[in-house]
Design a protein around this ligand. Structure first.
Ligand code: IMP
Length: 427
């Protein structure tokens, strides 16, 4: 049985949680493979809204075993609060598995994230301030602290002492903050150790055994392809690999086991934080899209930047992820427009580009070249099949499908579970 990857094809917030939830009864394991509590998935079941940050969205489906893979960075306090919050609403988290190799977000990571952004001034990345970048930085520098370190108090304190040697120099001498005591963190984190222990496992091994036993595994990305530290709009990116390649690394599932990559793509584009965004609308139309689409961050509540669909980005996402199927989300938001602009290429200093320009400088200068598709006026939130959509909405989907270079297999017309039109099964 296959491992399937689910990725965001734009700058995140495409509605991945909904598709994971839809696949819920056909997959046994849902695995987060990167990112941390910078993410925000909203899952709507009936009238209940669940905002998840660290836990995989599959946690809402009772049959699913949710897994936090080795590639995720975990703020244990936030994770435990999320577990408690769900359990108090009757959602059991007892099947949750957490990789012993996942890295821990520490108080100094959060402090450094905030203070370094402040120091960047106008050049700031617009991070979520959750300590994500500094935690991945330590992981790569080999000074990170992992979940498994919580279970050896001597090692934990030793590693903390080492990490704090230079962190405290930075905090006190560069950023004028107070030093952090290793002992204090060790005490706080050892309280989390007790509670986390039952969930911790060799998740790579468990997933391999599941795949050998013909069980479906869904590897769920957070953020989006254009926020990927290698393939995104660097440096305005997150510090991990949300693209499909990251799924193998961040879960321990070998790449040859992955048979499908489902891309989630909004019918228009949004972005949070700084960085280039060629189709961004800074006028009333942007405001209209933000309102119509409810485009405010699940994690930070920040208003999202909004713009038209960008087929250049979509084509790029198809390529770097090897997307096999798309789910177009929020098509209903576009109802009521006479014409809908779709970006088909860029113009950079008088030259046309069909692909994302090679350099950051050129991408910052990219101006969208638009084609104008016919809009529709009908409310489509009650559509349940492709045939229920007005002809012009069907043409819009078919056109962006052709431009993106991968088949559209599902379309979202509203936030509820039953508001997704399935053109063909994912599994
Ligand atoms: P960080 O991941 O907090 O370091 O933030 C880096 C960039 O990624 C910023 O522009 C954030 O706004 C963006 N980002 C991080 N997580 C998400 C997400 O889940 N959705 C959208 N943008 C995100």
């Amino acid at each position: 049985m296959p491992a399937i990857v689910l990725i965001g094809a734009q700058w995140g917030d495409e509605g991945k949680g909904k598709v994971t939830d839809l696949l819920g009864d056909r997959v046994k394991y849902v695995v987060r493979y990167q990112g941390g509590n910078n993410a925000g998935h909203t899952v709507v079941v009936g009238d209940e809204h669940y905002a998840l940050h660290v836990l995989p969205s599959g946690v809402i489906s009772p049959e699913v075993i949710p897994v936090i893979g080795n590639g995720v960075v975990i703020d244990p306090k936030v994770l435990l609060e999320e577990i408690d919050g769900l359990e108090s609403r009757g959602v059991s988290c007892e099947k949750l598995l957490i990789s012993a190799n996942a890295h821990l977000i520490m108080p100094y990571h959060r402090a450094l994230d905030k203070v370094s952004e402040r120091f960047l001034g106008k050049a700031k990345i617009g991070t979520t301030g959750r300590g994500i970048g500094p935690t991945y930085g330590d992981k790569v520098a080999r000074t990170g602290i992992r979940i498994q370190d919580l279970f050896d108090p001597g090692i934990l304190e030793q590693k903390l002492e080492l990490a704090l040697r230079d962190k405290n120099q930075l905090l006190t001498k560069v950023y004028n903050r107070r030093a952090i005591e290793a002992k204090r963190i060790a005490e706080e984190y050892s309280t989390y150790a007790e509670r986390l222990k039952p969930y911790v496992a060799d998740t790579g091994l468990i997933l391999d055994q599941a795949l050998k036993n013909d069980v479906n595994v869904l590897l769920e990305g957070a953020q989006g392809s254009l926020l990927d530290v290698d393939h995104g709009t660097y440096p305005f990116v997150t510090s991990s690999n949300p693209t499909a390649g990251g799924a193998a690394v961040g879960s321990g599932v070998g790449p040859t086991k992955i048979t499908k990559v489902i891309g989630i793509i909004k019918a228009y584009t949004t972005r949070v934080g700084s960085g280039p965004f060629p189709t961004e609308l800074l006028d009333d139309q942007g405001e209209w899209l933000r309102k119509a689409g409810g485009e405010f961050g699940v994690t930070t509540g920040r208003p999202r930047r909004c713009g038209w669909f960008d087929a250049v980005i979509a084509r790029y996402a198809t390529r770097v992820n090897g997307v096999t199927d798309y789910c177009v989300t929020k098509l209903d938001v576009l109802s009521g427009l006479d014409k809908i602009p779709v970006c088909v290429a860029y113009e950079v200093d008088g030259k046309k580009h069909d692909e994302i320009p090679m350099t950051q400088t050129d991408f910052h200068h990219a101006k969208p070249v638009y084609e104008y598709l016919d809009g529709w006026s009908e409310d489509i939130s009650g559509a349940r099949t492709f045939g229920d959509l007005p002809k012009k909405a069907q043409t819009y989907v078919k056109t962006i499908e052709e431009m993106s270079g991968a088949q559209v297999s599902a379309i979202g017309v509203g936030p509820r579970r039953d508001q997704t039109l399935q053109l063909r099964p994912f599994l």
